[in-house]
Design a protein around this ligand. Structure first.
Ligand code: ADP
Ligand code: MG
Ligand code: MG
Length: 900
């Protein structure tokens, strides 16, 4: 009965009885391959529990480990017919790390262990290749000294390189046995000098040294950093695999390499990979020699001259092809394999699910479903929804070597080039002249919105992923880089300062890459992605699999059109405030706001009515046959007013108003906390004529669009920022009144609904009362997050970074829902709302509606739809399908998401 050590490939494969998390990915794959009868050098796995025992619980190596390892070694000796430390047929070992998830290159490996001044001679005699034996010994000393004794590789490289240049050699394969012997003695001398001790000759001492070092590599700085980056818990620990060596450096009929079952960058269904002749594993990654292509097709495609493995070793190659196919079928996924060929015989050293590019992931998933390797549901699960949005935007050509002049946050994907402009007005006028521009600002404000629409891309030197610029740009699908802190905007001289003293003036070309956050000087080659057949087909499968509908947040006809093309099934949020910034309207809007009495307001509103109606008519025509939710005016009115003295004078002139009077009105509208001030339904209650004008515009537009398209939309009028049932009751009364009037005037019956945003904690708590007045709820999770935390989204980037760094808050709650707090309120609101009104329609319209994990949570609440910005619609369709599948297959996973 073993506790800590399980062997593979030595007769029975014990490690199959153990949970793969404890064996580590490498150990599990070696065991699995051995069980399948594939050629795997025999070995044993020390499970990760030992690492936990050692580091996490600081209890040293557990009792009995030594005996178990010894027993395992005897089994390897029996399987190979070799003896560890033996004077005739010595067994050499590799000691390899292997954690639960692959951490490529982060931890250590020691190869050729068991060599010493005696066994090296035995190995030479046994293989009849003296050169090989000394090459292996040289490699072993170098690796062992680095990993176990902590003496940098560089010292050894220096000796090796010096010797090679003396001899005039280009590759270490040119070194003869005698020359390698000399190098080994120089290595041994170096160890003596640097460490004051000689190289350990006892194979057992070597083995324990290597085991301890490989376990310790779990705590190395690079492994720690990698874990932090990928959210891998420290207490998982790593397993250690001890395995008989096979030799790729035994002459020119030996080789080592890496292969993928399909091409990981294109997804093409063909074996893909590289190898080196007469070499050991680490040489391929280290890039000492340029590796050769495995397949003949790959060699031709890369234009290389050196022959392929297919040509050189046809037998081993065809065996590799067979093994690859079996492994892919077995695991049902793209495999990334390590192999070695020893004197013509193929040995498999590792296999794992391969990493792949976004486009390749989609192709591979679709192909595998078509081949019957995986189900359609599985294909849907395999594609990361977040990557879809990259596929809709141009990207920088992969073979272009970029040299950034600045970097910020990848706020909205896509790579674009344009002339630098420093203000929204310049962007608009340049756009009108047909020039392509990048709007460069320190930060953007809502008034820049038209400049942002006119620009190809937006760059800000401040602000985070949820800054105004970022949210708006994502919403519009405009590529955007925010918070480029290593750049500076000098508005005085109109210069953009980049890193390394680079200066860029207005009119200079700049490229931003919103997928990576890079900023580049000048124009850069980009690729425009086509929506592939695979893309369309996958979307079709996703649509069939999902339960929740997907709507879009669209404020303009352009947004609505894009979203419908991307498959939106209605508009979940149409904000009306942007409409009042357009062209001349802001003037009329200001006149309305600054009016001293209702009559003055009504006069201005009468002028706004036809403009609003025209906006809605166009949107309704585009969305014919689908529901459209329109939100009544939400922001505090002073957002529409001039901010400084100069602007105030200009506005006063334009409105023919005393500057002092205007100043008085602006001051009267000033608020200490506008976010919690006179906004939302509060405006409709103080100035019902505003809501009435909007309702009239909506109903009249619905009538006109229905006549035009023959297919009516169902307008859903949404009242924002409600916390009391009586607020909604009052505003709804006004809307119903107008609906009656318009129906009488037009002689047409309209179906419409009045509902509310649930975006304040009180509304969530009293949802059962509010539901009695509401036909629908829309969970406004942006404001609900702000008000639940008491945290302003615009101010949060200033300190949330510190929260995340200190581990106080894991995720930015504006990007990914706070399930425990905000989610709890959403759950309450849904349950209580449906209790009062079982057919209450409930959706979500916050930014979270496009975030895959948040969408998974929405599925657990059985929401009717999610709504997100147009470019995230495909992402949401796929994420909603995944959520449905997971909820069907494993309802508990929804809770896991919520508590993750
Ligand atoms: P990593 O996790 O960094 O890939 P590995 O444990 O896979 O580290 O080892 C690195 C390389 O060492 C492998 O690519 C393989 O070629 C070589 N290697 C490991 N074990 C053996 C072995 N038993 N025989 C020959 N080569 C080996
Ligand atoms: Mg490996
Ligand atoms: Mg809101």
């Amino acid at each position: 009965m073993t506790n800590w050590v399980y062997s593979f490939g030595c007769g029975e494969t014990q490690s199959l009885d153990i949970d793969r998390d404890r064996l580590g990915g490498k150990g599990a794959s070696l065991a699995e391959m051995a069980r399948m009868g594939l050629p795997v050098p025999p070995g044993l796995t020390i499970i990760s529990d030992v690492c936990q025992h050692f580091y996490v619980h600081a209890k040293g190596f557990p009792d009995g480990l030594k005996q178990e390892i010894e027993a395992g070694l005897r089994a390897i000796e029996a399987a190979t017919g070799r003896q560890f430390g033996g004077a005739e047929t010595p067994l050499l070992l590799s000691v390899r790390s292997g954690s639960r998830v692959s951490m490529p290159g982060m931890m250590d490996t020691v190869l050729n262990l068991g060599l010493n001044d005696e066994t090296v001679k035995a190995l030479a005699a046994d293989t009849g290749d003296e050169r090989f034996a000394w090459d292996s010994y040289r490699r072993f000393i170098q690796m062992y000294a680095d990993v176990v004794l902590g003496l940098d590789q560089e010292f050894f490289e220096e000796i090796l390189e010096d010797r090679m240049s003396e001899l005039g050699y280009a590759y270490e394969t040119q070194l003869s046995a005698d020359e390698l012997k000399d190098i080994v003695s120089e290595y041994e001398k170096l160890l003596d000098e640097e460490l004051g001790e000689s190289f350990p000759q006892d194979p057992c001492e070597q083995l324990w040294g290597a085991i301890s070092a490989v376990f310790s590599s779990w705590t190395s700085a690079r492994a720690t950093a990698y874990r932090a980056l990928h959210d891998i818990p420290f207490d998982w620990g790593t397993a250690v695999n001890i395995q008989a060596m096979v030799f790729g450096n035994l002459g020119n009929d030996s080789a080592t390499g890496v292969a993928f079952t399909r091409n990981p960058s294109t997804g093409e269904k063909a074996l893909y990979g590289e190898f080196l002749l007469n070499a050991q594993g680490e040489d391929v990654v280290a890039g000492i020699r340029t590796p050769q292509s495995i397949t003949e097709a790959g060699r031709i495609a890369s234009g290389a001259e050196k022959p392929s493995l297919e040509k050189l070793m046809p037998r081993a190659f065809s065996e590799l092809v067979t093994v690859a196919a079996r492994l892919e079928r077995h695991y049902g996924d793209l495999q990334d394999m390590e192999f070695t060929i020893e004197r013509g015989t193929l040995w498999m050293l590792q296999t794992r699910n391969g990493k792949r590019a976004a486009g390749a992931a989609m192709k591979i998933a679709m192909d595998m479903a078509d081949e019957g390797l995986i189900s359609r549901d599985e294909a849907i699960i395999r594609v990361d929804p977040a990557t879809l949005d990259q596929m809709l935007h141009p990207t920088i050509s992969p073979d272009f070597k970029a040299n950034p002049v600045g970097s910020g946050l990848p706020a909205s994907p896509g790579a674009v080039t344009g002339e630098i402009v420093f203000s929204a007005e310049e962007a608009i006028s340049a756009h009108a002249e047909g020039r392509k521009v990048i709007l460069v600002r320190t930060e953007t404000s809502p008034e820049d919105i038209h400049g942002m629409t006119a620009a190809e891309g937006v760059l800000t030197t401040r602000g985070g992923m949820t800054s105004h610029a970022a949210v708006v740009a994502r919403g519009m699908g405009v590529p955007c880089v925010t918070g480029a802190g290593n750049m500076r905007v000098d508005r005085f001289d109109n210069i953009l300062h980049g890193v390394g003293g680079v200066l860029m003036h207005a009119g200079d070309l700049v490229t931003i890459d919103g997928s990576t956050g890079r900023v580049l000087k000048g124009a850069v080659p980009t690729q425009k992605p086509a929506l592939s057949d695979d893309f369309q087909r996958l979307m079709g499968w996703a649509d069939a699999a999902r339960r929740m509908k997907v709507r879009t947040n669209a404020d303009t006809p352009g947004d609505a059109r894009t979203a419908r093309e991307f498959g939106a099934e209605g508009i979940g949020l149409c904000r009306t405030e942007h409409m009042f910034f357009e062209g001349d309207r802001i003037k009329t809007m200001r006149r309305m706001i600054l009016a001293e009495d209702e009559a003055g307001r009504r006069a201005a509103l009468d002028q706004l009515l036809p403009m609003q109606r025209a906006d809605f008519e166009e949107i309704f025509a585009i969305m014919h046959g689908l529901p459209v939710t329109i939100r009544l005016l939400d922001p505090p009115l002073h957002e529409f007013l001039p901010k400084n003295e100069e602007e105030r004078e200009e506005v006063a002139r334009a409105l023919d108003m005393e500057t002092s009077l205007l100043k008085q009105r602006v001051e009267a509208l000033y608020e200490f906390n506008p976010m919690l001030g006179h906004r939302g339904c509060r405006l409709a209650i103080s100035f019902p004529e505003i809501a009435e004008m909007q309702a009239r515009a909506i109903f009249e537009a619905a009538v006109a669009a229905a006549r035009l398209t023959g297919e009516a939309v169902v307008p859903e009028i949404m009242v924002p920022l409600v916390s009391l049932r009586s607020e909604l009751e009052y505003v709804k009364g006004r809307i119903d009144g107008i609906a009656g009037t318009v129906m009488r005037e037009s002689g047409m019956t309209l179906t419409y609904r009045v509902g509310t945003m649930i975006e304040l904690p009180r509304a969530a708590l009293r949802a059962h009362e509010i539901a009695e007045e509401a036909a629908f709820f829309s969970l406004g999770t942006n404001d609900l997050t702000q008000t639940t935390f008491g945290l302003s989204r615009d101010d949060a980037p200033g300190f949330l970074g510190a929260y995340q760094k200190k581990g106080i808050l894991e995720r930015d709650p504006f990007m990914s829902l706070d399930f425990d707090g905000v989610g709890e309120l959403m759950k309450l609101a849904t349950e209580r709302g449906r209790m009062a009104k079982p057919d209450l329609q409930i959706g979500i319209c916050g930014e979270h509606g496009g975030d895959p994990i948040s969408i998974r949570f929405c599925e657990t609440l059985a929401l009717d739809y999610v709504s997100c910005s147009p470019f995230r619609v495909p992402t949401a369709r796929l994420a909603a399908a995944q959520a449905s599948i997971r909820e069907r297959e494993d309802p508990a996973s929804g809770k896991a998401v919520a508590t993750a």
